[in-house]
Write a protein that binds this ligand. Structure first.
Ligand code: CP
Ligand code: NVA
Length: 295
């Protein structure tokens, strides 16, 4: 059975199928690959892009969406997690699940014997990375030889990029972060050959990038950490960094952004910024994922 808890659930062929599906569905929305399919959405955390792009995407593909709130279920009256997910599987064909604890996703998949899509966890955000790469592929006509510079925190989004590089080893990833953040996090990340780490800015490396990207310093599963904000200050993506990039280079951010922290307003609104395209492509790429999962 297919699932998407992490990027490591996919192989090269799956990526190409998802991207082909996304392109075909964009050209011909009369296809309804989710007819008679009901998908439950469980969001334990806030979401704008993921929730809405799945809701609208599933409806466009002919499927049904069922919003599930744990607070409305008998799990509140001590029904077990196990029984809850076994019961959900009797009615639903799939789940999109955003959680603060990745173990819950794995546990849910033990009892819900149908496809689950990770809509973001504390560890990973596979749907975001698929949308990002789909966006870059549309701009550069290729994604297997991209040169990406990441600035800032080592978080769930970056974790999914690490997994991507295990599948596409020719993608170059340069991570600009603080040494302390690196030391605290690196053991939680997969071991990947092709990643370079920089604890100071490096003009030449930034100039070679096809894409520079960042994300918030306090993810939704983190507590505010003033020391981290301070340590990462020198990696803020601002005009100084943008001016080091080449003409072809684009700026990405999965959003929501904390303007003035990891990125400045002029950068996010600059001509090089493709953050809206990136958000728009969440729906197209997820439609590709849904077709891959349910056909
Ligand atoms: N990028 C992203 O996942 O956004 P939301 O938190 O709004 O879903
Ligand atoms: N790293 C961010 C991504 C939000 C889409 C978070 O987890 O809050």
């Amino acid at each position: 059975m297919k699932k998407l808890l992490n990027i490591s659930d996919l192989d090269k062929k799956d990526f190409f199928s998802i991207f082909d599906n996304a392109d075909c569905l964009l050209k011909d929305i009369s296809q309804k690959p989710l007819t008679n399919i009901s998908i439950g959405l469980i969001f334990e955390k806030y979401s704008t892009r993921t929730r809405l792009s799945f809701q609208v995407g599933i409806l466009k593909l002919g499927g049904n969406i069922i919003d599930i709130k744990f607070e409305d279920l008998n799990i509140q009256r001590n029904e077990t997690f196990e029984d809850t997910f076994k019961i959900l599987a009797l009615y639903l064909d799939g789940l999109v699940f955003r959680t603060n604890d990745h173990k819950k996703l794995i546990n849910a998949q033990n009892y819900f014997n149908k496809p689950i899509i990770n809509g973001l966890s504390d560890i990973s955000h596979p749907c975001q990375i698929i949308a990002d790469i789909y966006t870059l592929k549309n701009i550069f006509n290729d994604f297997e030889n991209l040169n990406i510079c990441w600035f800032g925190d080592m978080n769930n989004v970056l974790f999914s990029y690490f997994e991507l590089l295990q599948i596409f080893p020719k993608i170059k990833l340069n991570v600009f972060t603080d040494k302390k953040i690196f030391t605290e996090n690196i053991n939680n990340f997969p071991k990947v050959q092709n990643i370079n780490y920089y604890f100071e800015l490096d003009k030449n490396i930034i100039h070679e990038a096809d894409c520079i990207m960042t994300d918030v310093y306090t993810s939704m599963n983190d507590n505010e950490n003033k020391e981290k904000e301070f340590l990462l200050k020198k990696f803020q993506v601002n005009s100084e960094i943008l001016n080091l990039t080449s003409d072809k280079c684009v700026f990405m951010h999965c959003l929501p952004a904390n303007i003035g922290s990891e990125v400045t307003e002029d950068v996010i609104n600059s001509k090089k910024s493709i953050v809206l395209k990136q958000a728009e492509n969440r729906m197209a790429s997820q439609n590709g994922i849904l077709q891959w999962l349910f056909s």
